[in-house]
Design a protein around this ligand. Structure first.
Ligand SMILES: Cc1cc2nc3c(=O)[nH]c(=O)nc-3n(C[C@H](O)[C@H](O)[C@H](O)COP(=O)(O)OP(=O)(O)OC[C@H]3O[C@@H](n4cnc5c(N)ncnc54)[C@H](O)[C@@H]3O)c2cc1C
Length: 416
């Protein structure tokens, strides 16, 4: 029987991570009446490296959200391993040269507050649990507070995307995905203005131990602590057989002296869908953004920047849409146009890293001599989500050098 909904909003945003809050803010600025809901409460934490690339800082500035940024600033990446160290400053391009880092508990809450200030209605501790879907169009969403009738829905419910699943979102693990763990450690080097990555990650203290297909990171936070973590890349065909929490403890022990590290606190691990490897990301009046749409760089696991960007893109599409507009094909197309090439490139490079024989061979070559001068700054651009024209050729050559056939297209926001 038809029942009148308890509430009605022009735009419902499901999930108040960086992507959802940015979408709520952009939608308010576009004049929409917005409800932003999140399953968790105010002090929600998100397992993350907390690093903000210049791309992320750029979008925050575009949205007038500089107040959500902490005072801490970083200048780029320092890569270490295979007997070399390479410093790669953020390139002076369209996004600027300023990066940052902020613990997610602080950052996410700041963005939710900005959404409320922008005029969005915010309900926390309020999961979306059901949907009234007719011909693919969402009529209303069931939430813990009641049923909400909607015109548009932006789904930003993160890596597992439980609400997205109700809409048919499918994650393809045959493509590269990440497994990662993070911790917080006190360190006297918390103000160090560089994000550090150790690309030679071994699963033990001795040099003879196996090299893992991933990397460790230390991201200073400017607040007396650093975010220390490690991640590995995996596919269904070549699963990374690694316990990331255990590896994190070993990595922290290896770095303890250099960084004056205190004990690892709040160790947590999580999965990362990457490089657009999900399908069914849109319907007539709904679109998945951020992690829900696997908008994460396959090389480094960074996704806050893409979360913020896809939020703005989705709202632009909705706000510009006429009555007959349908996002079912328009949204995946927009994602492919904006990020398809960079994601395919990074996914190709990332897939190389899942071959156990690649890193021990390529690592020393890349970090030393000419490789250090040319290859690693390019890797830093890829890792910093700042792909340049010349990098396309470089990845293609690396792929061929590794004896692989031409890179596959793979799933990129397809429609099943
Ligand atoms: C170990 C690790 C390290 C990382 N390091 C970095 C890094 O340094 N820099 C970077 O840029 N990225 C990093 N990432 C990726 C980054 O964390 C994500 O890309 C980012 O959080 C995506 O934001 P989001 O808003 O899409 O999703 P999320 O931040 O996951 O937010 C999703 C929100 O949806 C809510 N939700 C879920 N289900 C429902 C429901 N049914 N109803 C209502 N709400 C719901 C959740 O409570 C959550 O608040 C890392 C990831 C991992 C795992």
């Amino acid at each position: 029987m038809w029942r009148v909904s308890d509430y009605a909003f022009e735009c419902l945003v499901v999930g108040a991570g960086p992507a959802g809050s940015a979408a709520a803010i952009a939608a308010r600025r576009a004049g929409l009446e917005v409800l932003l809901i999140d399953a968790s409460g105010k002090r929600r934490d998100k397992t993350c490296g907390d690093g903000l690339t210049p791309r992320a800082v750029h979008t925050l500035r575009r949205l007038g959200l500089e107040s959500a940024l902490p005072g801490y600033r970083n200048r780029g990446l320092k890569l270490h391993g295979f007997g070399g160290d390479v410093t790669a400053a953020w390139p002076d391009g369209r996004y600027g040269t300023v990066g940052s880092a902020s613990p997610r508990v602080v950052f996410d809450n700041a963005l939710v507050e900005e959404a409320a200030k922008a005029g969005a209605t915010v309900w926390q501790d309020c999961p979306a649990t059901g949907v009234d879907l007719r011909d693919g169009r969402i009529r209303s969403v069931t939430t813990a507070r009641g049923e909400v009738a909607v015109k548009w829905v932006i789904v930003a419910d993160g890596v597992r995307s439980p609400f997205g699943k109700l809409l048919g979102r499918t994650w393809h693990k045959s493509e590269v995905y990440g497994i990662a763990a993070r911790s917080y450690c006190a360190s006297p080097r918390s103000d160090d203005p560089w994000m550090h990555s150790h690309v030679e990650l071994r699963d033990g203290a001795e040099a003879a131990r196996a090299i893992q297909p991933g990397y460790g990171w230390i991201f200073p936070l400017g607040n007396g602590t650093v975010n220390l973590g490690c991640g590995a890349l995996s596919t269904d065909a070549r699963p990374a057989r690694v316990n990331t929490k255990k590896l994190l403890v070993q990595y922290a022990a290896q770095q303890r002296e250099a960084w004056g590290l205190g004990p690892e606190q709040d160790v947590a691990s999580a999965l990362l869908p990457m490089g657009g490897a999900v399908s069914n990301v849109a319907g007539p009046n709904w679109a998945l953004i951020g992690d829900a749409a696997a908008c994460v760089n396959p090389l480094n696991g960074e996704g806050i920047d893409y979360g913020l960007e896809t939020a703005v893109m989705a709202v632009d599409l909705i706000a510009g849409a006429g009555k007959a507009a349908d996002l079912t094909l328009a949204w995946p197309l927009a994602l492919r146009e904006a990020h398809g090439e960079a994601f395919s490139l990074a996914r190709t490079a990332a897939r190389l890293l899942t071959y156990p024989q690649f890193l021990p061979l390529a690592g020393p070559m890349a970090m030393r001599g000419l490789g250090g001068r040319y290859l690693m700054p390019a890797a830093a651009r890829l890792m910093g989500n700042l792909v340049a024209e010349e990098d396309k050729d470089l990845v293609a050559r690396a792929w061929r050098a590794a004896g692989r056939v031409a890179p596959r297209g793979g799933v990129l926001w397809g429609v099943d």
